[in-house]
Write a protein that binds this ligand. Structure first.
Ligand code: PMP
Length: 418
């Protein structure tokens, strides 16, 4: 197990309690009268009032279809929808708003790239490179296109601490690699991958890269241009935004070279039975009436995080990670799975003789919400030879008090079962 930072005796100046007060659901008393300790942020984050209000405001004051009508409500709806595109482009460091495609989330974005970029280019002998720590949504779409085209999915192994080494990645790259798809941060282990170096190595081998940024947007700074990522997929709900909405960044030339994902309204320039021409990017990939309220709410979420000091948030999460890790290492029979240096605020663990689901159920009785199971990363469970893990994951609104409640809860479980 790698060395962990010792917790600082006092928590830093970042005011997590103030952030917490922006989230109505966290202020609700549980039926037991207890305070909710929400530590399942890698699955989804809670929503601040500003995000809830943006969705409400959209339906009260702007509800109409986008791009199509000239009436006032349609203009408002279009402004909110397209305004969100500008905010997301800025947040991700994209060079142009046209490189931001709205999607239903990370899963949708990866499937779009698999079907529209990879599938037309792949054939027998071609390779798709992924790592062993991927979420199912960055495995199964590639298996599907591999099956359809005769290409092969090649897997970069992970180390005992859950890390991905650049050398192992390079060793699996070849002139047959068409696309390399990998997470920026693992949702099951917290590992931060050396993405900038991996992207550069993939480019040297002539491959295009897709980065699964579902976890990274919430836990680290992201700049797609500085990374030189070709595609970068995110979900709004991991970053205090709504579920079922997200964005795919793609370099303009690549997006322009791809056929549309789905056919329908808004993605066309002209339609006739003798032939149809398509709209420009990104609209070519946005068929049908979109999730306009989702865009408006995600725009509000980006405003919200931009108003926080993100570096202070990340530092705060690392303090919580260090505090929790140090205390968990003192609990007999508890083993942390995923100890890569520099990991993000996610801790997967198992306890001797206690099923992960029992840990989750018992903590829930104390008002502590964690995630248990395979975390949509079954190959990771197989790699570490466990059926399931319990996982805690932090966000800006978590406090030292939350960590202490968790540790107390785990201590009681250990005493009951140990
Ligand atoms: N990749 C990672 C690393 C994730 O954590 C998640 C969400 N658990 C996804 C992909 C899928 O995101 P979504 O379900 O929002 O499409």
């Amino acid at each position: 197990m790698s060395e962990v930072q010792q917790p600082t005796p006092t928590m830093p100046t970042f005011d997590a309690d103030r952030v917490r007060s922006d989230f109505p659901i966290l202020l609700e008393a549980l039926p037991s009268g207890r305070r909710l300790v929400y530590l399942d942020n890698a699955a989804t984050t809670q929503k601040p009032l500003a995000v809830i209000a943006a969705s409400d405001d959209y339906y009260r004051h702007a509800n109409a279809n986008v791009h199509r009508a000239i009436h006032t409500l349609s203009q408002r709806a279009t402004q909110q929808y397209e305004g969100a595109r500008d905010k997301i482009a800025g947040f991700l460091g994209a060079g142009s708003r046209d490189e931001i495609v709205f999607t239903g989330g990370t899963t949708d974005g990866i499937n779009l790239v698999a079907q529209c970029y990879a599938r037309p280019r792949l054939g027998p002998g071609d390779e798709i490179l992924v790592t062993e720590l991927e979420h199912h949504s960055n495995i199964v779409p590639w298996q599907m296109v591999a099956e359809a085209t005769g290409a092969e999915v090649v897997v970069v192994p992970i180390g005992d601490d859950g890390s991905v080494s650049l050398e192992d990645f390079k060793a699996k790259l070849s002139e047959r690699t068409t696309i390399a798809a990998f997470a920026h941060i693992s949702n099951s282990l917290g590992t931060v991958l050396p993405v900038a170096d991996m992207i550069s190595a993939a480019h040297d081998a002539g491959a295009v890269t897709l980065i699964d940024g579902a976890q990274a947007v919430a836990h680290s700074p992201v700049d797609v241009e500085a990374l030189d990522a070709d595609f970068y997929a995110i979900s709004a709900h991991k970053l205090f935004g709504p579920t079922g909405f997200g964005a795919l960044y793609g370099k303009r030339a690549l997006l322009e070279s791809m056929p549309p994902y789905q056919g329908g309204g808004d993605m066309i320039e002209t339609v006739s039975f003798s032939g149809t021409t398509y709209n420009d990017v990104p609209y070519k990939f946005e068929a049908g009436t979109p999730n306009i309220a989702g865009a408006a709410a995600f725009g509000a979420a980006i405003d919200y995080v931009n108003a926080l000091d993100l570096n202070a948030v990340f530092e705060h999460e690392h303090e919580l990670l260090a505090r929790a890790t140090a205390a968990m290492q003192d609990i007999e029979g508890l083993r942390i799975i995923g100890t890569a240096p520099g990991k993000a605020g996610i801790i997967s663990f198992v306890m001797d003789g206690i099923h992960a689901h029992d840990i989750g159920t018992l903590l829930d009785e104390s008002g502590i919400a964690i995630r248990t199971g395979h975390h949509c990363a079954m190959p990771v469970m197989e790699r570490f030879d466990v059926a399931a893990t319990a996982r805690v994951s932090f966000a800006a609104y978590n406090t030292a008090e939350d960590v202490d409640a968790l540790i107390q809860g785990l201590g009681s479980i250990q005493r009951i079962f140990g």
